[in-house]
Design a protein around this ligand. Structure first.
Ligand SMILES: [Mn+2]
Length: 429
């Protein structure tokens, strides 16, 4: 399938160029009054990227139903094509995070070449021991890496080792491990023993990591196990990552916490401990809703980035978080959701770059609570849309990615070329 022609993007951009120039100039003047150099911010934002989860380009679903859209990707090559369009238009998503076995293919070097051709590379690889795969010997119904049965644990470890091998072939540098292990009844599981088994299993995965790889441990408060999960919170994740070693770090999925938990504080703790692996960005109202990043609580996303920009500003040793989206698109075109979500994450980063760090330090040191709060609000309330538009334009993307995408007819073309499939890798992780 042909990607969107560059001429079509240019034509769409042409109608918006004049306003962009005017608006960018005005934002530059406003920022200059605050002693902020817009060009410096632009350069930093241009270097920022957030990875696309391969499973995100398929329509998600709930445990009640899934309503597939037209032109759903049928396999990993189709998924890459969709990711290519997202990157082509939005220019903030140069990497794709694969999920095994959903993205298994016969020829990994062919996949790597296909990614190269689309200007994409691969981020962390994700293992799956939260569902049974066709033909596997042991079921994960009662757990995987922490199962009471040693053979089941060994099977789950072997799957993770296979993921590392696949990751090596496609250029990944990290494996993300999330397990659905836990319990649904008080008394069902011996909490301490289950955690010990987790450590025993993950130690074997850790031992197989290539020298320049990291292992991302993802915690989740509940679901699919609703009474307890083995890696329930950042504390459990931190204990495990500390026990494993320096290459193991804690991944923060924004939806995997209790309501109202102060996630930016967790981020700060992990940064200080050198244990922040990175993020799965999404948003939520009630639980692990997997809504589009910043669609419900954009200020929270900004506050997370405020911690990240502060850490970079203060040159915290070893600070190198990986950024990924992890969303479930139930009612939107996934390509549109991923483009706008990537821009939202980019926006939060840009806004956090506008915080007057020296003034904030001074306000904190002098206990000026109101001024400290206002300094954050001043950055968050700055409309940086035109800055993002300019970054996209400079990189050859679309000023208005959704508008250009809709005008391109890509989805209609995909619907014609991709017959509907019954099974499609998608889900919430
Ligand atoms: Mn996740």
């Amino acid at each position: 399938m042909a990607r969107i022609p560059k001429s079509a993007i240019d034509a769409h951009n042409d109608g918006l160029l004049r306003h962009l120039a005017e608006d960018y100039g005005r934002l530059g003047e406003r920022l200059a009054r605050r002693n902020i150099d817009i060009e410096r911010v632009r350069e930093q934002v241009a270097r920022f990227g957030v990875a696309i989860p391969s499973w995100g380009v398929g329509t998600g679903g709930t445990r009640f139903a899934r309503f597939p859209g037209a032109g759903e990707p049928r396999h990993v090559f189709d998924k890459l094509e969709d990711c290519g369009v997202i990157q082509q238009l939005a220019r903030a998503t140069p990497k794709v995070s694969l999920h095994i076995p959903w993205d298994k293919c016969g020829d990994w070097s062919e996949l790597r070449q296909a990614a190269d051709a689309l200007g994409l590379s691969f981020d962390a690889i994700n293992s799956n021991t939260f569902s049974d795969q066709k033909g596997q010997a042991h079921s994960y119904k009662f757990g995987s890496l922490t199962h009471t049965d040693a053979a089941t644990r060994a099977q789950a470890v072997a799957h993770n080792l296979e993921c590392i091998e696949i990751g090596r072939k496609i250029g990944s540098k990290a494996i993300t491990v999330w397990v659905g292990d836990g319990s649904n009844f008080p008394g069902q599981q011996h909490f301490r023993r289950a955690f010990e088994r987790y450590l025993e299993s993950t130690r074997q995965i850790y031992a197989a990591l290539p020298g320049d790889w990291r292992m991302f441990l993802e915690h989740k408060i509940c679901e699919p196990a609703f009474y307890s999960t083995v890696i329930q919170d950042w504390g459990s994740s931190f204990l495990a990552a500390s026990a494993l070693g320096s290459k193991a770090q804690c991944l923060v999925d924004l939806g995997h916490h209790a309501p109202n938990v102060n996630i930016e504080l967790i981020v700060a703790r992990l940064v200080a401990a050198g244990k922040l692996a990175g993020f799965h960005f999404n948003d939520s109202k009630y639980g692990d809703d997997d809504l589009d990043a910043g669609s419900v609580a954009p200020y929270r996303l900004f506050l997370v980035f405020n911690e990240l920009v502060a850490a970079a500003h203060e040159k915290v040793a070893g600070f190198d978080p990986a950024y990924m989206l992890d969303q479930s698109h139930n009612v939107t075109d996934p390509i549109e959701s991923l483009m706008t979500s990537a821009a939202q994450v980019q926006r939060s980063y840009a806004q956090a770059l506008l915080v007057d760090r020296a003034a904030l330090d001074a306000a904190q040191e002098s206990n000026d609570a109101l001024m400290a709060s206002q300094l954050l609000k001043a950055a968050f309330q700055t409309d940086v849309d035109v800055l993002l538009q300019r970054v996209r334009l400079d990189a050859g993307g679309a000023i208005d990615p959704v508008g250009a995408y809709r005008a391109s007819g890509y989805r209609r073309q995909a619907a014609e070329e991709r017959p509907a499939v019954q099974e499609s890798g998608g889900g919430i992780v």
